[in-house]
Design a protein around this ligand. Structure first.
Ligand code: CMC
Length: 383
């Protein structure tokens, strides 16, 4: 018996109508504005969970017992520190480097100091996922110190990932409210279906490359302003607008020129991004606590104006819009915003890599050739 011919593949620009993977990690209903991690609503996780517990949920597809959570927390804390060579590389990194270039480079470098870098067993990949998750905050915070000419600060293995990051960044113990604010942001950014950087990570690991290569690929993909780089662009926009009075002319002129307003729109959500809904309430609280009310008020005015102008097209604030106000209020420099996104999304990227390797198949779509055929080769001397 001959096999039935496969259906002819169709061209789908941007892969918007293509399902390219199965996942048990996150579910999105873009029409209704729903996001769940392993069936649990994101709002419920943001209110009740911690980042570490969310990581366990994504990696194991169930909530941990108290003992399991404590074990994962200890495993992560034991990996906060960097190999001596990577500390040295940090010291030699150009102070003017963009933090995302730095992060992509040093996360890639970590692979050179892991003897199991190329072992793709589930146990080795889980250990590498923990290392990547634990070491990234140390790299980001200490790069910021290095470029400001401040002494490096070693991680504190007695506290959770968010508090440890803020401790290293500022060289001071953060308030519980600020550490909680960052922890919630990390939960909200942890996973999001087959977004561009997650897809990139899955493509890389599906070649049976290695976890460090996959996460390096993902960081490079996240960096773009149409993806994770948007939160930095939102802050640039808020700074550029400057005053409440300038909001209306600025946004109207941008829309008239058919330019994108950063922090709005989403490939999947055509209703309010549920992460943005939660972050808005959160941004208000943290902005009020830290004296950044004006920034929050500017943001809501932009949202109202955009709602009147473009909500009919299904364009609403996305996760990046209110995370800009939140990160600024926490005291994080604007060019670090996308690295915070990466710090969180490493949980999703590594989870997807482990999921991809469980029943792996090379990801290799086709391309529709639209060039000429039968062209004669012309020697260079005759061109
Ligand atoms: N501002 C103004 N108009 C917009 C925007 C925006 N931010 N987003 C989409 N539109 C318009 C777009 O011009 C198009 O108009 P028309 O039908 O007249 O040509 C219409 O809305 C449909 O947009 P689209 O291009 O089909 O949307 P897409 O699914 O290809 O793009 C997007 C999604 C996120 C790339 C896009 O909305 C965008 O560039 N937004 C700004 C960047 C941003 O905030 N990115 C973060 C995304 S969420 C976090 C993450 O994934 O990292």
């Amino acid at each position: 018996m001959t096999a039935a011919p496969a259906a002819a593949p169709t061209f789908d620009k941007g892969l918007a109508n293509t399902i390219a993977a199965e996942t048990q990690m996150s579910f999105i209903d873009g029409g209704k504005g729903v996001l769940e991690y392993v069936g649990i609503d994101i709002d419920s996780l943001a209110r009740n969970s911690t980042f570490e517990e969310t990581v366990f949920l994504l990696w194991n597809r169930r909530l941990p017992t108290a003992i399991e959570l404590s074990a994962l927390e200890q495993d992560i804390r034991a990996e906060y520190d960097l190999p001596a060579e990577v500390w040295q590389m940090l010291r030699e990194t150009p102070r003017t480097a963009h933090p995302m270039h730095m992060l992509r480079t040093l996360v890639s470098a970590l692979g050179m100091f892991d003897k199991d870098a190329d072992t793709n067993t589930p146990e080795a990949n889980r250990a590498k996922s923990i290392k990547l998750l634990a070491k990234t905050p140390t790299i980001i915070a200490n790069f910021d110190r290095h470029r400001k000419g401040k002494p490096m600060v070693k991680p504190d293995p007695t506290v959770g990932l968010a508090a440890n990051f803020l401790w290293m960044l500022n060289g001071a113990v953060p308030t519980a409210a600020v550490a909680k604010a960052l922890d919630v942001c990390l939960i909200l950014h942890a996973d999001h279906g087959l977004n561009a950087s997650t897809f990139a990570a899955r493509v890389t690991i599906a070649t049976l490359s290695d976890m460090y290569s996959a996460i390096t690929t993902a960081i490079g993909t996240l960096k773009g302003p149409l993806h994770g780089g948007a939160n930095e662009e939102v802050m640039h926009m808020l700074n550029e607008i400057g005053t409440m009075d300038n909001i209306e002319p600025y946004i109207r002129a941008k829309l008239a020129r058919k330019e994108l307003v950063m922090g709005f729109g989403h490939r999947v959500y055509k209703a309010l991004d549920p992460r943005a809904g939660y972050l808005k309430t959160f941004a208000k609280q943290i902005a009020t606590d830290t004296g950044n009310e004006r920034l929050y008020e500017m943001s809501t005015k932009i949202e109202d104006l955009m709602r009147a102008e473009v909500a009919a097209k299904g364009i609403y604030p996305n996760v990046d819009f209110y995370s800009a106000t939140t990160y600024h209020s926490i005291g994080i420099d604007l060019d670090l915003f996308t690295t915070i996104f990466a710090m969180s999304r490493i949980s999703g990227w590594t989870g997807h890599c482990m999921e991809q390797l469980d029943g792996n198949r090379l990801i290799r779509p086709g391309a529709s050739y639209v060039g000429p055929h039968g062209v004669a080769y012309v020697p260079a001397s005759k061109r």
